[in-house]
Design a protein around this ligand. Structure first.
Ligand SMILES: [Fe+2]
Length: 265
């Protein structure tokens, strides 16, 4: 696996642990033991563990509430939404974790998705992860995406599509692919470890296939903040072992009242 540089927002501080060749180049958290059953009140009232705390806080960054950050993102509408413009917004502030409290709810059964805001341009959400949880390898419908952690870490592995037996299924309007391939060839490219105040993981039109997972040495619940443009309610999921793919509907675990979005039953 190739070592890569992280993508930083403006003024970002490199506090990531770079993984290379399967090893983690970082001091491991020495607390030991797997923590289960953490919930929102416990989470935000306690400081993060040392293992994935930002190594060098950038004091020039203004601490903002989630409401303020959503307003800043909404203010970018009116001009083309580019990866760089949103990186500048996200990389110039530090998100106040306490303002996220109402959106957080970790569960042992799956990583959970909690909508914060949706409009014609953006899906903005908080994701909650327990140790060991992660996504399958998936695509993003040609969307742009940005993600960083507020607490803990996420390994973000990028893949390149090298071919499949149903390439014609990509010739569809409004989606990246109808999926259904049975012989899909993906190549892992790089791993970026997102940490608080560290690199912001991006999805672009050039690199749109990835997976996210809590690193093996991160034994605390993880909170991450995600922005997508445009909104989406499904994605292509890959079964890497079998070489197949299928389209999967996506659901939120919670959403503020007034949003008509698919919710997990
Ligand atoms: Fe993703």
């Amino acid at each position: 696996m190739q070592r890569t540089r992280g993508r930083l927002g403006a003024g970002g501080t490199v506090a990531a642990r770079w993984r290379h060749g399967g090893g983690t180049v970082a001091a491991r958290w020495r607390g030991g033991g797997t923590v289960a059953g953490w919930r929102r009140s416990w989470l935000v009232d306690r400081p993060p563990r040392a293992g994935y705390r930002a190594a060098h806080l950038d004091m020039a960054k203004k601490i903002v509430s989630v409401a303020t950050l959503v307003d800043q993102l909404r203010a970018t509408a009116g001009a083309p939404i580019t990866s760089g413009r949103i990186l500048d917004v996200l990389g110039s502030v530090r998100l106040d974790e306490k303002s996220l409290k109402r959106y957080l709810d970790h569960t042992d059964s799956h990583y959970s998705r909690h909508l914060i805001h949706r409009d014609d341009h953006f899906d903005i959400m908080a994701l909650c992860w327990m140790p060991g949880q992660g996504t399958p390898v998936h695509t993003h419908n040609g969307q742009l995406g940005w993600a960083f952690t507020v607490r803990g870490a996420l390994d973000c592995v990028e893949y390149r599509w090298k071919g499949c037996d149903r390439p014609e299924n990509q010739d569809v309007s409004g989606l990246d692919c109808t999926a259904g391939g049975m012989q899909v060839n993906l190549e892992p490219l790089s791993t970026l470890t997102a940490t608080p105040d560290g690199p912001i993981n991006t999805v672009t039109k050039r690199v749109t296939i990835h997976s996210l997972a809590v690193p093996p040495d991160c034994d605390e619940p993880v909170v991450s903040f995600h922005v997508y443009s445009l909104p989406f309610d499904s994605c292509v999921v890959f079964d890497v072992a079998r070489g197949s793919c299928h389209r999967k509907p996506l659901r939120f675990d919670s959403a503020p009242s007034g949003y008509d979005v698919p919710l997990r039953a």
